[in-house]
Design a binder for this molecule. Structure first.
Ligand code: C2E
Ligand code: MG
Ligand code: MG
Length: 373
């Protein structure tokens, strides 16, 4: 009933009365004929306006949003299939930006979405082939409380070297793994690799831990807690063999699944670290309500703290405050000896950064950090 009501409303707009088509589902294609090009803007506006008011259907008001993508002819394409594909790409841009938007197809949007589709396709193939193109690198996490910094942990960081597309950075491909749901199988694989490496490192450093980044999609759409618990069992690791890293941004909307996940970790004694602290809202409320074991100060904040007095004081006070609780502070992005010295004057317990080591394959990690001196 709603689709019919919308169709009728669109067909009443002057200029497109006879050129509206429903493609299936809730998608429509509207062609503006050349004789109405001069009213183009007005037509788009009139379509948009339809969705401003509620629809009165069966005694109730319904609000409904739309996303529109525009492609122009003949400059951006000369076949029907090509034009529809491009309009579709622009429409997805609108959807992504939030509802009730209108986007024009541009060459830039086109090449980005082309690359995205290529990446997703290659990623599906890579995961189907047993993740051979993926590799986990390990970056040392140093405990600086003693006289000499000691490597007591590592962060597992995924790398993708695609046969077809070459090396792609996690910042680019992780969002696609998340959107496509592939983060669930890939994330399981990461956990498994991280635990195997931890087991090996514990032969040298008995208290060794590996930090694993967990995406919200894994928490919301899979039973990742069970996966973690089973994995620890399989690898004969204690609950503190891994540290789960969750980013601050995901806590903005408190969510029942997320809270349940964090409580589940706590019940089982699995440590939780808050990643990226200092990049978002940095809400101090989390610090005591999430049963955190570690707060990781993001590199962007670290850089400010090493330059500006204000951020430096903030870091200093934070390390004092956190020091009095059970939470540990890990400062990320340390690249120079000078920065290490500054941090050793605070109460931060751990440091991660290029100064001690970049992320490297596990063999190299063992060679460099897991040897008796
Ligand atoms: P993150 O968890 O905050 O990881 C730290 C990032 O900072 C890593 O980038 C690391 O290589 C980089 N880094 C560490 N020390 C330094 C330094 O001294 N200088 C500079 N310039 N950079 C430093 P990377 O590996 O590119 O990872 C980016 C993000 O991708 C990670 O940020 C994490 O959020 C995500 N990620 C990586 N692996 C996984 C994974 O297996 N699963 C999930 N869900 N996310 C992952
Ligand atoms: Mg992390
Ligand atoms: Mg981080």
């Amino acid at each position: 009933v709603l689709l019919k009501a919308i169709s009728h409303a669109v067909q009443r707009i002057r200029g497109i009365e006879n050129t509206c088509y429903r493609m299936g589902g809730d998608e429509f294609v509207i062609v503006v004929p050349p004789e109405h090009y001069e009213n183009f803007e007005q037509i788009v506006e009139n379509i948009r306006k339809i969705f401003e008011k509620p629809w009165f259907l069966k005694d109730a008001d319904y609000y409904c949003t739309m996303s529109m993508g525009i492609v122009t002819f003949p400059d951006l394409g000369d076949s029907v299939a090509d034009l529809i594909k491009k309009a579709d790409i622009a429409m997805y841009e609108s959807k992504k930006a939030g509802k009730n938007r209108v986007s024009n197809y541009t060459l830039e949007i086109g090449s980005l979405s082309g690359r995205r589709l290529d990446m997703e396709k290659n990623m599906r193939e890579a995961t189907a082939k047993g993740n051979q193109e993926f590799e986990i690198f390990f970056q040392p996490i140093m405990d600086i409380r003693g006289e000499k910094p000691k490597c007591t942990g590592a962060e597992a960081l995924i790398r993708w070297n695609s046969t077809e597309l070459g090396f792609i950075s996690p910042a680019e491909f992780i969002p696609i793994l998340e959107e496509s749901g592939l983060i669930i199988p890939v994330g399981k694989w990461v956990l498994n690799q991280a635990m195997a490496t931890c087991k090996k490192c514990r032969e040298f450093v008995p208290e060794f831990r590996v930090n694993v980044n967990i995406s919200y999609i894994q928490v919301l759409k899979s039973n990742v807690l069970e996966e973690i618990v089973k994995g620890l069992d399989r690898h004969k690791l204690g609950a503190d063999g891994i540290v789960i890293e969750l980013t601050e941004s995901g806590f903005l909307e408190s969510n029942a699944y997320l809270i349940r996940f964090c409580n589940g970790l706590k019940e089982r004694g699995i440590p939780l670290a808050l990643d990226d602290f200092g990049t978002g809202y940095s809400n101090f409320h989390y610090l005591y309500n999430l049963n955190l074991n570690t707060i990781k100060i993001d590199r962007s904040f670290t850089m400010l703290a090493l330059q500006n007095t204000f951020e430096h004081n903030l870091l200093q006070h934070m390390s004092d405050m956190v020091h009095d609780s059970d939470i540990k502070l890990c400062v990320e992005g340390i690249e120079t000896k000078e920065q290490v010295d500054i941090l050793r004057k605070t109460k931060a317990e751990m440091i991660q950064g290029y100064y001690f080591g970049k992320p490297v394959p596990k063999e190299e990690f063992y060679d460099r950090f897991m040897t008796e001196e």
